[in-house]
Design a protein around this ligand. Structure first.
Ligand code: MG
Length: 168
């Protein structure tokens, strides 16, 4: 009984990811790999896809493989302007090399504007293809900070993500 309990505990692992990026003029807004029409976009070395970054960090954390900054440092020109979905794809490769696969992910984006819900289906399609899981195992939600603080003034967008991974 104790043996089977231990086995079930080590089979699955959870991870948490959190990220923020500044909103600036003359940058595209990309979230979950989807370009969203908006007057501003997120600033960063890559495409600054804050949702995908939080997802990468959750997966790396669950696997005990460090974080996105360790694997894809913003000092490396190779990652300049890179699509963050490509980073996520590399994270999934790292996990599979460790014999790990994704069970499900659940994320919340914190943005005062724009409204994101219309873009969730497209984001789920993109993410499902990379994570190799069905759409219904990808939770996407959005909230505002009710106008409070920097995010409430639309100075940036934040995202948090939790994931469950298991031994393949
Ligand atoms: Mg980031």
């Amino acid at each position: 009984m104790i043996q089977s309990l231990n086995h079930s505990i080590t089979k699955c692992r959870v991870g948490l990811g959190l990220d923020f990026h500044r909103l600036v003029a003359e940058r595209p807004l990309v979230l979950g790999g989807v370009r969203i029409p908006y007057a501003k976009g997120l600033l960063g070395h890559s495409d600054a896809d804050v949702l995908t970054h939080a997802l990468c960090d959750a997966l790396l954390g669950a696997a005990g493989l460090g974080d996105i900054g360790t694997h894809f440092p913003d000092t490396n020109e190779r990652y300049h302007g890179i699509e963050s979905l490509r980073l996520l794809d590399q994270v999934i490769t790292l996990l599979s090399q460790e014999g790990l696969r994704v069970v499900n992910v659940d994320a919340t984006v914190i943005a005062q504007e724009p409204k994101l819900a219309p873009y969730f289906p497209a984001m789920r399609t993109k993410l499902a293809g990379i994570l190799h899981i069905p759409h219904d195992r990808i939770g996407l939600k959005a909230t505002t900070s009710e106008g409070m603080g920097a995010l409430g003034r639309s100075e940036g967008i934040g995202a948090m993500c939790i994931c469950l991974i298991e031994r393949a």
